[in-house]
Design a protein around this ligand. Structure first.
Ligand code: H2B
Length: 96
């Protein structure tokens, strides 16, 4: 399992992850994706779910209509690891 990133490493990777920021009150990163409509939002979730399953690393997320709120943390490590960074990058690429 990957190691938790230090606060400094977390800040550095967030600099290269557009739209992602630290979640207040816990060791996690989050982003709110807003799409054109529900179809686009759910299409994103479908593709992201398949990518997450392949990585064996899964998001916490919530969908309301065209908005998808994502929180990433490595539960086994109790915080943000390289796995979360990889999934965040993949999600940005999927969202386009
Ligand atoms: N997803 C996330 N976000 N954190 C984990 O620690 C995690 C996971 N662990 N997906 C994986 C599955 C683990 O439970 C399996 C057994 O590999």
């Amino acid at each position: 399992m990957a190691d938790r990133l230090s606060a400094e490493a977390r800040r550095q990777v967030l600099g290269g992850l557009p739209g992602w920021s630290e979640v207040q009150g816990r060791d996690a990163i989050g982003k709110t994706f807003i799409f054109k409509d529900f179809n686009e939002a759910f299409g994103f979730m479908t593709r992201a779910a398949l990518a997450a399953e392949k990585m064996d690393h899964h998001p916490e997320w919530r969908n309301v209509y065209k908005t998808v709120e994502v929180v990433l943390s490595t539960h086994d490590a109790g915080g943000v690891t390289a796995l979360d960074v990889a999934l965040a990058k993949t999600m940005n690429a999927i969202a386009g």
